[in-house]
Every structure is written in structure tokens, then in C-alpha cells.
Design a protein. Structure first.
Length: 212
């Protein structure tokens, strides 16, 4: 990859970002409609029941919008600027990593209720779907961003910037999901429970069929 990605490559990433954002908006619309139906039946618990879904949508949409903004900047930035803040390669790589993370949240928001709904009819089928989604989850959250970081020949300063751009939203995703799962499972707020729920998010798809 050169320091200035081609316009076609940037447009390709913009198309992916728009698709991810569309999936998240659709999931959000579905959740809002379902919330409206459950609000009257369970006025005290309906918000908590959809907390994980709504947080995934919010985080994924924020990352997708950040990626779109960064890609538009990359498209418009002047050629030949080499500082970390203006480097096309740094912006493009950061946006690509944000897209991986946004896609993981789109998958979580789109499949959590699907897998749980299927489990009510057939638990083996739900487990099969979740297990099949697990490698994709690991790919989007960890392997693809880290592979991108290791593959790029960059100065240490640029690599540290990209590492921060990856770790910060990754921790936000894992910590937010961990806290929601802790609340849903009625675990006490202790360092051990926080750590256990945080680590469990690495295998989050394997918990999608569990009732709360």
C-alpha cells in the first residue's frame, strides 16, 4: 500500500462503511419497534433486555461514521503531507480497523436476537449458528486489525498512533458489553466479576443463545 491509497480503494471502503451503517440502522429500527411492543408488557425491564443490542448498535454506528469521516478526509487531503496526523496511510489504515470493529458490532446486533430466537425452537441449530459466527467474530475484532498493523511498514510513531486507534475502541466495546452482561446475569460489581465478564466477551457469540 502506498502512502496515498487510490480513489477506487477509498471508495471501496466507503461502500463497506455505508453497508455496515445500513445494517446497524436496520437493526436499530427493528429494536425500536420491538421495544415499543414490549414496553407495555414489561415496563420496568424492556430497556435492560435490549441494552446489549442498543449499545452494539450505538458503538458500531459511531465507528462506521468515524470511518466514513476519516475516509472522506483521506480522499480530500492534500498530497505529499507526511505528518502522522495527515498521512493518508495512517488515516486509511485507522478507518479500515474501525470498519472491522463496526462490522463486529453489526454482526452482534444482527445475530444476537436471531440466535436466541432460534434457540427457543431448536437449541442445536442456534448453537451451530453461534459457533459458525465465532471465527468471524475473532477475525473482525482481533486477527484482521492486528494483521493490518503488523503488515504495514511504518515509523514507530505512526504505528503507535494506529495501535491506540485500535485498542481504545476495542476496549470500549469489550468493557461496555462486559458490564451489560454482568448486569443481565445479576453478578455483583466486583473486580473479579468485571474481569470474568470482560474475558467472556472474547467468546461472546457462544453466549448469544443464553436467556437472561
Amino acid at each position: 500500500m502506498t502512502d496515498s491509497p487510490t480513489i477506487s480503494l477509498i471508495q471501496n471502503r466507503l461502500t463497506v462503511a455505508t453497508l455496515v451503517l445500513t445494517v446497524l440502522v436496520f437493526s436499530g429500527s427493528f429494536s425500536v419497534a420491538l421495544n415499543a411492543q414490549l414496553r407495555e408488557l414489561h415496563p420496568e425491564e424492556y430497556r435492560l433486555a435490549f441494552a446489549h443490542l442498543l449499545v452494539s448498535i450505538a458503538l458500531g454506528a459511531s465507528l462506521a461514521l468515524a470511518a466514513i469521516g476519516g475516509l472522506l478526509y483521506c480522499q480530500q487531503a492534500a498530497l505529499g503531507r507526511q505528518s502522522v496526523g495527515a498521512s493518508h496511510r495512517v488515516w486509511f489504515s485507522a478507518c479500515t480497523m474501525w470498519l472491522y470493529l463496526a462490522a463486529s458490532q453489526a454482526m452482534s446486533a444482527g445475530l444476537t436476537e436471531v440466535v436466541f430466537g432460534v434457540s427457543l425452537r431448536s437449541l442445536p441449530v442456534a448453537v451451530l449458528i453461534a459457533v459458525s459466527a465465532y471465527p468471524v467474530w475473532l477475525l473482525l475484532l482481533f486477527y484482521a486489525p492486528l494483521h493490518l498493523l503488523m503488515q504495514l511498514p511504518m515509523a514507530h510513531g505512526a504505528r503507535r498512533t494506529l495501535l491506540l486507534a485500535y485498542i481504545a475502541p476495542l476496549l470500549l466495546i469489550l468493557i461496555s458489553s462486559a458490564e451489560i452482561y454482568r448486569i443481565l446475569s445479576h453478578d455483583p460489581l466486583t473486580p473479579l466479576s468485571l474481569l470474568q465478564n470482560f474475558l467472556s466477551q472474547i467468546g461472546q457469540p457462544l453466549m448469544w443463545w443464553q436467556p437472561w
